[in-house]
Design a protein. Structure first.
Ligand code: ZN
Ligand code: FE
Ligand code: FE
Length: 300
């Protein structure tokens, strides 16, 4: 029996919208997916067209993709911790939650923010106020705070910071957590002891807050605070540890999303990239590491 819910980051553009995203996910053999509703590095967004959304729902139904497992990722340039563009970030994310609800999607992953030059305590308080302005009890959208690597002044780098933010949020059923294996590793968690981490998480926050897991290997060692994703099995976390997390029975119903890097060829321009997801997902389904995978991707 294989009821694994697995997908990857896919594109979303103004002309094909959700339908384009679904078709890309299907081309990789996925049964869920995640996307930005526009470029992640800017906040320009076009209108959501319902007729495309309905067409996408049909294709999803035909292919047994459960809409409630599809994820949107908020753009990473908004920063609720920064006083200087707090109002902009709040307004943009409010609008983004509305767009997500128009698409019928239930979960939006958010990088909590970066403290920049503010004390971490103040940054956390500001994120909480922002979340309380954004979360809308009348919309069926949950914001999932992502566990961060600790690059720069990122907030959300350990269980206690995530707990602080959740504790401060008024609508508890509109807030969740997205675990990212690369970020956890880089923040200092030894994922060979994933069970210990989850027990601690459950004691402090509650395992039921975990709504999404980003599955990435890491280019760097435990505690490096770098956040550089690596292809599955080719990094410091390794294939067996990732497989254990992916198939952990406590998270069977939770979507697993790959955000691993596209592959390039040495003799080609770096603009030419090959998506690895179809191959990585095959390998995950077979539970068998293929150390020739990168060459396989390049030669296809
Ligand atoms: Zn993320
Ligand atoms: Fe992630
Ligand atoms: Fe990352």
């Amino acid at each position: 029996m294989n009821n694994l819910i697995i997908g990857s980051h896919v594109g979303f553009n103004n002309s094909t919208q959700l339908l384009g995203s679904v078709n890309e996910a299907l081309s990789y053999g996925e049964n869920t997916f995640m996307f930005y509703t526009g470029a992640p590095q800017n906040t320009r967004r076009g209108a959501i067209l319902d007729e495309i959304t309905y067409k996408a729902y049909e294709v999803m139904k035909e292919n047994n993709i459960d809409l409630s497992k599809v994820i949107v990722h908020a753009p990473y340039i908004v920063n609720l911790a920064n006083l200087e563009n707090f109002e902009f970030s709040v307004n943009f994310l409010k609008e983004e939650v509305r767009r997500v609800s128009l698409l019928g999607i239930k979960y939006m992953v958010l990088h909590p923010g970066s403290a920049v030059n503010y004390p971490r305590e103040e940054a956390i308080e500001r994120i909480i106020s922002g979340l309380n302005l954004i979360l809308d009890n009348n919309l069926d959208v949950t914001i999932c705070l992502e566990t961060m690597a600790g690059k720069g002044s990122e907030i959300g780098i350990n269980i206690s910071e995530i707990k602080r933010m959740i504790d401060g949020v008024k609508y508890k059923d509109k807030i969740g957590v997205c675990l990212d294996t690369c970020h956890l590793n880089d923040s200092g968690i030894d994922l060979t002891k994933f069970d210990e981490y989850i027990k601690e998480f459950d004691k402090e926050i509650g395992i039921n807050y975990i709504k999404v897991i980003h599955i990435n290997d890491s280019k760097n060692e435990i505690g490096s605070h770098k956040d550089r994703h690596e292809n599955i099995g080719f990094g410091t976390i390794g294939f067996d540890t990732l497989i254990k997390i992916i198939y952990d029975e406590r998270f069977t119903d939770i979507p697993k999303i790959l955000e691993t890097p596209y592959v390039t060829k040495d003799d080609e321009s770096k603009d030419k990239v090959y998506p690895p997801y179809k191959y990585e997902i095959d390998m995950i389904r077979n539970k068998l590491f293929d150390n020739k995978l990168i060459d396989k991707i390049r030669n296809n």
